[in-house]
Design a protein around this ligand. Structure first.
Ligand code: NDP
Length: 298
């Protein structure tokens, strides 16, 4: 079997286009311009790339986009007061603080200060609670898991009754992914570094979501025939075949091996990554629509 490659890049582009149309409609009909503020502390090169692509996507969607780039030695108090100001700013509907933050700043203090209705990353305990309590329609859902779910549903249709394994239990990806799959009535297993016999656990799953951060760790022969494989991992590895000192991105799944068994599989890059940014725009639009007293779109 050779898997169908899930084209996250194309699916995300279509979603961004739809958001741009809806964003324009909101502006024309209510005067509300969806606004997103991205806050970055320090000089982490990967974070800077993500922040730039978020700003570009916001512009494409006709959103107001503001970037606050703060030096690495910014104090916790300064960051907290900036978040406080953004909370009060009616032109801002989404606040995103790029993680990781420098060690001297308490990440949870910052994330907990963001107003839950402006928490477009979905990391505030109120949003985590709503998602876990099965009230995801009232929550802001984290972007990477929400985008991953769309890709799985596009591939398999109704997920009800399917067995799913999520490898990784982070608050950002693994846990919310598991909550979303449970809300789709999947039978969900969450695997992590202490899981025994991971290959057998993965082999039992109709849906495999890999969110580990270890290059190509999940091997082809672990995958059940016909399974849907969603690879969240983004890992940079040396690529001497491209020239001295060159690197390339790979996922947590051995793509070529897994594609021989899977029914559907996301590539890295071009799979989950672009969906994350599209979902960030979707969450910002949702927040702006709620601020304008409108119902959520489908
Ligand atoms: P974390 O490092 O926070 O979590 C990794 C998880 O993997 C942990 O739960 C850990 O288990 C588990 N793990 C580690 N080693 C093993 C192992 N040998 N076997 C089984 N499980 C293991 O990572 P994130 O969740 O933040 O990110 C995961 C990956 O997704 C990264 O590559 C990251 O770059 C990528 N990512 C991609 C995004 C996108 O837009 N596509 C967005 C966010 C992340 P334990 O809890 O026991 O330590």
């Amino acid at each position: 079997m050779t898997a169908t490659r899930i084209d996250g890049k194309a699916i995300a582009a279509a979603l961004r286009e739809k958001i741009a149309v809806e964003g324009k409609k909101l502006i024309d009909e209510t005067g509300v311009v969806p606004g997103i503020a991205v806050v970055i502390v320090g000089e982490d090169p990967a974070s800077k790339v993500y922040v730039a692509s978020k700003g570009k996507a916001a512009n494409e969607c006709h959103f107001k986009s503001v970037e606050h780039a703060l030096p690495a030695d910014t104090s916790e108090d300064t960051l907290l007061s900036l978040v406080g100001e953004l909370n009060e700013d009616d032109s801002i509907h989404g606040i995103l603080v790029q993680l990781p933050l420098p060690d001297h700043i308490d990440e949870s203090k910052v994330l907990e200060l963001i107003r839950p209705d402006k928490d477009v990353d979905g990391f505030h305990p109120i949003n985590v609670g709503l998602l876990t309590a099965g009230a995801k329609d009232k929550a802001m859902v984290p972007c990477t898991p929400a985008g991953s779910l769309i890709l799985a549903k596009r591939s398999l249709g109704d997920l009800s009754g399917k067995s799913a394994v999520v490898v990784g239990r982070s608050n950002i990806v693994g846990k919310p992914m598991a909550a979303l799959l449970l809300a789709e009535s999947c039978t969900v297993t969450i695997a992590h570094s202490r899981t025994k016999d991971l290959p057998s656990v993965v082999k039992a799953a109709d849906i495999v979501v890999a969110a580990v951060g270890r290059p190509q760790m999940i091997k082809g022969d672990w995958i059940k025939d016909g399974a849907c494989v969603i690879d969240v991992g983004i890992n940079r590895i040396p690529a001497p075949e491209r020239g001295e000192g060159k690197t390339r991105l790979v996922g947590d799944v051995d793509y070529d091996g897994a594609a021989e068994h899977a029914g559907f599989i996301t590539p890295v890059p071009g799979g989950v990554g672009p969906m994350t940014i599209a979902l960030l725009m979707a969450n910002t639009l949702t927040s702006a629509r709620r601020a304008a007293g409108l119902e959520d779109l489908d």
